[in-house]
Every structure is written in structure tokens, then in C-alpha cells.
Design a protein around this ligand. Structure first.
Ligand code: 13P
Length: 253
């Protein structure tokens, strides 16, 4: 069975004191994760080691970075390399979040390079894709997401694509309280899987975890995650409340 994943994306939120408090609450909350289920906490760079230390020993719980550089190392002021994350034993990184694409000009091509850097450092990528509202209204979301996937992922080998993680996050559903319906999520997730199957075959496509992101909360997680091709969620706002995110974790298939 492919991995079912509840991933928290704290984005650029929380002071150090607040991050410590939230992590302590997460540690104190019991999660029932089985061998196919993971909880991943993508926290701001400065908090990675502290949060990782606090979560140490929690079964199937990992810490992730929210970004990494497309270049290896060197004179790139302000950047954080995949090699640095590897040195800190950070095993997951979010790449291609719509906020990175929109505010920092990250193109499909740049994202392909970031994914390469992550692979070189043995870090698992959570690759984000998803369409803006205008694209959804024009009903061309399938081809839009297909292009994102082809341009950023199709250079990967079959081995690299096996067990890969993709997060489908429709931009119109991020932070808006407006969730895609579970049927809309299922439809796109099935499409994403078929795009991968056409290139890599159905066994590999079936090994890929496809998470849904966009206003996931405790109240809707079970319904969304129940869909056949939805393998969990990437969660912003609701991940900043330990009890709420615990409900989301416990809603995994
Ligand atoms: P919200 O859950 O706040 O809508 O954010 C989703 C998201 O962008 C997660 O990466």
C-alpha cells in the first residue's frame, strides 16, 4: 500500500516560543499512525533542528523543510541547500508550493533543478502542483497541472518516481476556507495518476502518494481522504493547532 501522509505546512508563521509550544502540544498528543501512515511537519528553516529534536522517537513522524535551493552550494546569499538539510538529517522538503511559484518566480524548470538537488542529497520531495482560479473557471485545470508535472518531474528515472510524493493544491482553495469538494479532488488526483501511468506505467503510478491541500481541516479531512486516489493532505492553517491537526492525522486511511 502506498503511504498515507498528513503533512503540516507552518509557512512563515509562529515565533520561536510559539513554535516550541505547538511542538510540545504535538508531542503530548497521541497519534495512531500505522506502518503505512506518516505525519510530516514542514517548519521554517530556523526551527528545523529544535522541532526535530522534540519529535525524536515519535513513530513515523518527520520534519520537513519548506524549500531548498536549486543550486548546490556557494555564493547564493540567503539560500539553503539540500546538502545542508541532509547534514541536519532532514529527510523531506516541500518543492514548488504555489506561494513560491507566485511570489518568488519559481518556474517548472527551476523546480526540476530543486528536485534534482533533493535527490542528490537523498531527501524526499513533496512536489506541489495546482491551478489558479481563472484556469479552473476556464475548465482547463487538467492540462495545466499535467504541464506542471511533465516539466518538473518527467526527467526523473522510474526508480526516482517510485513512491514519490505529489501534493495537489488548487490555489483558489489555499487559505480561503473554500475547499475543493472530495469529488473534485478525486477527479484531479486520478488525472495526476493517469499522467504518471502513461509515462512510467501503472505500478509506479500506484506507488505515488498524491496529497490534497487547500483548506483541509478536522471537519473535512475524513471525507476528502476517503477518496480512492487521495493519500492524505498538505495542511496550512489547521496545522497550527495541535488538536485540529491530530484529527487530520487520525483521518488518514
Ligand atoms: P491552508 O490549509 O491554510 O488552506 O493551506 C494549504 C497549503 O497551502 C498547504 O501547503
Amino acid at each position: 500500500m502506498r503511504k498515507q501522509i498528513a503533512a503540516a505546512n507552518w509557512k512563515m508563521n509562529l515565533s520561536l516560543a510559539q513554535a516550541n509550544q505547538l511542538t510540545d502540544e504535538i508531542v503530548a498528543t497521541s497519534h495512531s499512525l500505522n506502518e503505512h501512515q506518516l505525519a510530516i511537519f514542514a517548519v521554517p528553516f530556523p526551527y528545523l533542528l529544535t522541532v526535530k529534536e522534540k519529535l525524536k522517537g515519535k513513530h513515523n513522524v518527520f520534519v520537513a523543510a519548506q524549500n531548498c535551493a536549486s543550486t548546490k552550494n556557494g555564493a547564493y546569499t540567503g539560500e539553503v541547500s539540500a546538502e545542508m538539510l541532509d547534514g541536519m538529517d532532514i529527510r523531506y522538503v516541500i518543492i514548488g508550493h504555489s506561494e513560491r511559484r507566485e511570489y518568488y518566480g519559481e518556474t517548472n524548470k527551476i523546480l526540476a533543478e530543486k528536485i534534482n538537488r533533493a535527490f542528490e542529497s537523498n531527501i524526499n520531495t513533496i512536489f506541489c502542483c495546482g491551478e489558479p482560479l481563472a484556469v479552473r473557471e476556464a475548465a482547463i485545470q487538467n492540462s495545466y497541472v499535467e504541464t506542471q508535472i511533465k516539466e518538473s518531474l518527467f526527467h526523473l528515472s522510474a526508480a526516482q518516481m517510485t513512491n514519490f510524493i505529489i501534493a495537489y493544491e488548487p490555489i483558489w482553495a489555499i487559505g480561503t476556507g473554500k475547499t475543493a469538494s472530495s469529488d473534485q479532488a478525486q477527479e484531479m488526483h486520478a488525472h495526476i495518476r493517469s499522467v504518471i501511468a502513461a509515462q512510467y506505467g501503472s505500478d509506479i503510478a500506484n506507488s505515488v502518494s498524491v496529497l490534497y491541500g487547500g483548506s483541509v481541516k478536522g471537519a473535512n479531512a475524513k471525507d476528502i481522504f476517503s477518496k480512492q486516489d487521495v493519500d492524505g493532505g498538505l495542511v496550512g492553517g489547521a496545522s497550527l493547532v495541535a488538536a485540529e491537526f491530530a484529527i487530520i492525522i487520525n483521518s488518514l486511511k
